[in-house]
Design a protein around this ligand. Sequence first.
Ligand code: 13P
Length: 249
Amino acid sequence: MRPVIIAGNWKMNLSHAEATKLSRGLKNDKPKDGKRAVWVFPSHLHLPSVSEILDGSGISVGLQNFYPSELTAMTGETSPVQAEELGIKLALVGHSERRQFLAETNASCREKINFLLNRKWTVVYCVGESLAERESGRTFEVLSSQIHEGLKDIPSSLFANLVLAYEPVWAIGTGKTATPQIAEEAHAFLRKEIAGLFVGGETIAEAMPILYGGSVKPDNIASLLAEKNIDGGLVGGASQKLESFLGLL
Ligand code: 13P
């Protein structure tokens, strides 16, 4: 049985006051049944306050980005070693906004994933095709290269802490959710790709949570989660307001 994970990517939204208020609300009001793992990814400047508020709440805090190195001279960057001081061991890698606007590539994702998995972090590796890629029939080719290049030569023993997020770029922040069928088709494909990476890879692939992201809302999450290969949501907009985050949960 794979866990159900609801992850909120707050992106570069929310002021410090808003992020801390939302964190307090989540801590107080999230369902106590413990049925779902809840993860949040705030801006770096908000990490100390959000981590302190959510300490003991069962909600995990993660990084949206980092530089894959121990402490070093790298102006403007954040090392996972610094985040570990706050108890953080969870990060996103390869979000489409970073691929599209900040020059992140499959190769740079690979370096980041490898660094974190070797430090026993949990990594959410984001993949997904653009609208042009889907319309030209290249969706599976793109997903396949994101998997093969982004995870190249990473030993299977490290895969237990890897989570995938399928985020079709055309569905992010557009209000256009992939239908559960479209998402399921991509998730099943991704699971097959993971299985094919190693001899005996089926067991690893079967255990790996694959989240869907792209205009997930309280009113469409249940139909997405009903699909066999969809194990949770990586949510932008709807995770940034208490009412809709609680609605997702
Ligand atoms: P939206 O939920 O706002 O479409 O964002 C999805 C996303 O990019 C999550 O990482």
